[in-house]
Design a protein around this ligand. Structure first.
Ligand SMILES: [Zn+2]
Length: 342
């Protein structure tokens, strides 16, 4: 077997999405600057899915609030740096930003209102507006960075890519050809949003589709780049949990920065976890010496691995682990990180 691996390193560039969004400096600027330094040092290209409806709301309030204006300037400058360093930016829509309330005193947001958490719950007109505006925002940043990168990829906020009929005409109209939201086997139904990827194929990590991102259609106009997972048995899961607890007590876990969205989960699971085995989303979050080993052996067996992480979630310790992990990967394998030349 060849040691050539396609490694997709992706980030959701966003604040927290609950009743306290956290600050731009702590959730975006500082961790993303650190990430770019690390990725550039290791020669790794990555993909940032930018919470575009948030940027639109930020722009709105920045007319009246200097601290919001500064945030917007810092974000724009950072994303230009991201692009100039050779990484890609694409839209990521969390539509409940529509109802977010700006707290000017603390320069923070509350996203308590979840009626539009799911893209499907938006009125048709808002769906069109949000999608079009998102593409405009990404394109204007690319233009300022002097980049000719195609804006042809999308990851749904909260993985709410279903029903796909809401997206299909927008994908076609705006030239989106690549979809990055499906983790085969996973499903969740909550009072805020739902996704169900139980029918997605498990044998092919990348496939073409047309009307349903969980169904292969070789003539389909879109390509699905599925999210990878790490499988652990009961003992490994326990060990990882213990290591996490230890790191937490040593103060090496992320400090509080904001609140995640609170929702009532009605049903969730994973059709590909059997017996004592459990799968977790491939991510830099929670990376430790034990999971690094597990990832290396999983990547050894597979020619494709797709990670999702959030800059806001990463701790100092995890950054050190990311460096260690990427160095190891570069030593052991021939890593390809550009999905366009794969
Ligand atoms: Zn997100």
């Amino acid at each position: 077997m060849s040691d050539r691996k396609l490694l997709l390193i992706t980030f959701d560039y966003e604040l927290f999405l609950g009743d306290k969004s956290g600050s731009v400096r702590d959730c975006l600027i500082l961790p993303t600057d650190r990430l770019i330094d690390i990725l550039d040092m290791q020669g790794i290209k990555s993909y940032f899915f930018v919470d575009t409806v948030y940027l639109n709301r930020l722009k709105e309030v920045s007319n009246d609030h200097p601290s919001a204006r500064r945030d917007l300037e810092e974000i724009t400058t950072q994303l230009i740096r991201v692009v100039k360093s050779g990484h890609e930016i694409h839209p990521h829509i969390h539509s409940h930003w529509n109802d977010a309330i700006y707290d000017s005193e603390n320069n923070d947001w509350s996203l308590k209102n979840k009626r539009y958490y799911s893209f499907a719950s938006l009125p048709g007109e808002l769906r069109n507006n949000f999608f079009g505006q998102s593409l405009d925002i990404i394109r204007s940043i690319l233009e300022r960075a002097g980049s000719v990168q195609a804006v042809d990829s999308y990851r749904a906020g909260g993985w709410t890519i279903q029903p796909f009929e809401n997206f299909r005409p927008l994908f076609i109209q705006h030239g989106i050809k690549h979809e990055w939201s499906v983790m085969p086997g996973k499903y969740q139904i909550s009072d805020a949003h739902s996704f169900d990827f139980r029918n997605a194929p498990s044998q092919y990590p990348v496939y073409r589709f047309d009307r349903d991102p969980c169904r292969i259609d070789e003539k389909g106009p879109f390509k699905e780049w599925t999210i990878s997972s790490l499988t652990m048995n009961r003992y490994e899961k326990w060990l990882d949990f213990k290591i996490s607890g230890l790191l937490h007590r040593m103060g090496k876990r992320p400090a509080f920065k904001g609140n995640t969205v609170s929702s009532v989960i009605l049903e969730q699971g994973d059709s590909q976890s059997e017996g004592g085995h459990r799968r977790q989303m491939a991510s830099f979050e929670g990376l430790n010496p034990f999971t690094i080993k597990k990832y290396i052996s999983a990547i050894k067996k597979s020619g494709y691995f797709h990670f999702i992480s959030h800059p806001k979630m990463l701790s100092k310790f995890e950054f050190l682990m990311v460096i260690k992990f990427l160095k190891k990967l570069n030593r052991k394998f021939e890593i390809k990180t550009d999905f366009r030349n794969s």
